[in-house]
Design a protein around this ligand. Structure first.
Ligand code: SF4
Length: 329
């Protein structure tokens, strides 16, 4: 009797380890499907590149809403910045698990390496991730599998444990040797792409969530563009630095957020963010936007605003942009 091929669903971060996990499993007769997740913090444009590189189908899943919800209160807290790595891995495995069930697959796999990262790849963290994901015993880590308890597919003989690896610790030597062996030459640094590990972005994100707790992925995405000003009434004002910022800000604000622009002179685009749109904040935002416009530096300036179908003008005193430096986040 021929044994059926086991089917595995792999979480692909785009980093070397997840690529190697696929390569190691491709040494066996298995059916593999990759998943990449996108959120405002990581994962854009990865699916097609990794799919091409590995020669397997890759599914791209938008996890933005669920990830942002988890980020507000992660069960296992944050790493050194605002990175909730254990909860993040668990969430991705949970979502991949749904795909596993839907596709009638047998196991999940990741490129995690035991002991490689202080928070998320300790032995107990790997267990916590599995437990939190709801798929204990179903998560295979091909790069460290021989140092971990056998998973169900190994015990059932669907995956040959002997062909899996025993990589451990922070050294990258074995991964580099494997990359050379498999001819993988270009790959991003591990964790390098996640904005939740970047100080500048995290500062803005904390400010946004404190001022606007119900912020959606749209507002988070906006944080990537323009200058950001914290307004005293609880709002935030974003001001484009160049044409591409202006276009992005306007596109993302759409009909949902207030857009400001000096009416009669070349002007950057401003967007108001926040729960409280106080009159004072709005007037201040209009002055900030005008101060970055080409309006002559005296007298008052007309600032046009629009939100959805509504629009109007404000007349504001023109100040120097240096006056607002203290509000920059
Ligand atoms: S570094 Fe970012 S993407 Fe990676 S597990 Fe942590 S939170 Fe998730």
């Amino acid at each position: 009797m021929t044994q059926r091929k086991a089917r595995g669903i792999g979480l692909l971060s785009g980093g070397l380890d997840s690529l190697l996990a696929v390569k190691v499993l491709q040494e066996q007769d298995l059916e593999l499907l990759g998943i990449t997740f996108t959120t405002p913090f990581f994962g854009r444009n990865m699916a097609s590149r990794t799919g091409r590189l590995l020669g397997i189908p890759v599914l791209s899943v938008d996890l933005s809403e669920k990830h942002l919800e988890m980020l507000r209160k992660p069960v296992y807290g944050y790493g050194s910045r605002m990175n909730p790595c254990i909860d993040c891995h668990a969430l991705m495995l949970r979502e991949a698990g749904r795909v596993m069930e839907r596709e009638n697959a047998d196991f999940l796999f990741t490129g995690e390496v035991l002991g490689q990262r202080p928070m998320s790849q300790r032995r107990d963290s790997l267990r916590s991730v599995e437990k939190l994901s709801g798929y204990p015993g179903r998560v295979l880590r091909p790069l460290s599998a021989r140092l971990l308890p056998p998973t169900i597919v190994e015990m059932e003989g669907l995956v040959d444990r002997e062909k899996l690896l025993d990589i451990h610790g922070r050294s990258r030597k074995r991964q580099e040797a494997l990359a050379a062996h498999y001819g993988i030459t270009e790959y991003p640094q591990p964790g390098g792409g996640c904005l939740l590990t970047k100080d500048g972005f995290v500062r803005k994100l904390k400010e946004l969530l404190a001022r606007y707790p119900e912020a959606t992925p749209r507002e988070v995405e906006l944080l990537k563009w323009g200058r950001h000003f914290a307004l005293p009434g609880g709002g935030m004002c974003l001001v484009g630095r160049n044409r591409s910022d202006n276009e992005k800000l306007e596109f993302l604000a759409g009909k949902h957020l207030m857009i400001l622009r000096a009416a009669d002179f070349p002007s950057p685009t401003g967007v108001m963010l926040g729960t409280v749109e106080s009159e004072e904040d709005l007037a201040l935002a209009a002055r900030i936007v005008a101060s970055y416009s080409d309006a002559p530096r005296f007298g008052t300036v007309r600032v046009a605003w629009k939100k959805g179908e509504e629009s109007g003008f404000l007349a504001e005193q023109l100040d120097e942009k240096e006056d607002y430096r203290g509000l920059l986040i």
